[in-house]
Design a protein around this ligand. Structure first.
Ligand SMILES: C[S@@+](CC[C@H](N)C(=O)[O-])C[C@H]1O[C@@H](n2cnc3c(N)ncnc32)[C@H](O)[C@@H]1O
Length: 277
């Protein structure tokens, strides 16, 4: 299983952007940390694995909220793991963070629970990766993760793309079905099949629907954020588009949607998926 394209991606400019914007992203994604944690029954002394942990917000949130569990966060991104470690050190947290490919890495001892906030949609061979994660989990251990539903259901990502449409040099290419990426687990049947094939059982899939508050205290600030992260960023790079015109169009679009406080809240749609090893 070769995850090298994603490993390069998350160790390149994308990883650096996530580091720079970590606090703002964590505020935007906070509701999903709560949604991932809520179904898990943590018991003192248990071991928990956070897959694609990024800068560690979910791990550190669990450590702060849960009774004495030992958490290991695994991520391929060196800069994000460095930030997770420094955040842990700053609050004297015990959570450990490892740079590794979760599709192949195994903990020294099996864990009681596997959790993830948007960190499991980037595997080249998802069934192989989820088999590896199941092998890392004690029989009966819990799985709980958040993944995005399809892009068109997620206004927060779709709206900036729509604003950019007039500036595209060609129609955006839809990713191949199953290709790694933020929206690759949008189809509930596809995810159920991956989990079932990799031996997870009692699969549950619950929709999460709501609005998320985009970073930025004004449409201008939010637009600057939105063209730096997500599908639009890739499109600008792939088609060598003129950033200034798109920035202006996104800002104009956000002005129509922003609240009186200048902040924009847009619809988001995710799955909260559970299973047992
Ligand atoms: C969308 S970010 C989410 C980060 C974090 N969970 C959060 O909620 O802030 C996806 C993360 O998955 C990581 N990732 C991608 N492929 C991975 C793999 N094969 N093994 C471990 N981590 C991976 C990336 O480096 C990135 O940090």
């Amino acid at each position: 299983m070769d995850n090298s394209a994603q490993i390069d991606y998350w160790n390149g400019p994308a990883g650096e952007k996530w580091v720079r914007d970590a606090d703002r992203l964590d505020r935007m994604l906070a509701p999903f940390a709560d949604a991932v944690i809520a179904p898990v029954k943590f018991v003192p002394g248990q071991k928990v694995l956070d897959v694609g942990c990024g800068a560690g917000a979910l791990s550190l949130g669990i450590e702060a909220a849960a009774v004495n569990v030992a958490i290991t966060g695994v991520d391929v991104s060196e800069p994000l793991i460095a930030l997770a470690r420094s955040r842990a050190q700053a609050v004297s947290a015990r959570s450990e963070f490892v740079v590794a490919d979760a599709a192949a890495w195994q903990p020294k001892e099996p864990v009681d629970a596997v959790v993830s906030r948007f960190g499991v949609m980037f595997f080249e061979d998802p069934a192989g990766a989820f088999l590896n994660l199941r092998m890392a989990t004690k029989p009966g251990g819990q799985l709980s993760f958040a993944c995005w539903r399809p892009l068109p259901e997620n206004d927060w990502a779709m709206m900036p793309l729509q604003c950019a449409l007039p500036f595209l040099k060609e129609a955006p290419q839809m990713p191949e079905p199953g290709a790694p990426g933020p929206f690759s687990f949008g189809d509930a049947g596809y995810v159920t099949d991956i989990l079932t094939r990799s031996g997870w059982r009692e699969v549950t899939i619950a929709p999460w629907d709501g609005e998320i508050s985009l970073p930025g205290a004004s449409p201008a600030e939010t637009a600057a954020f939105m063209i730096e992260i997500g599908p639009l960023t890739r499109l600008i790079k792939e088609q060598a588009l003129e950033e200034a015109a798109i920035l202006e169009a996104v800002e104009a679009g956000l002005k129509e949607r922003a609240g009186t406080d200048g902040r924009t809240r847009l619809k988001a749609a995710a799955w909260i998926i559970g299973a047992r090893a």
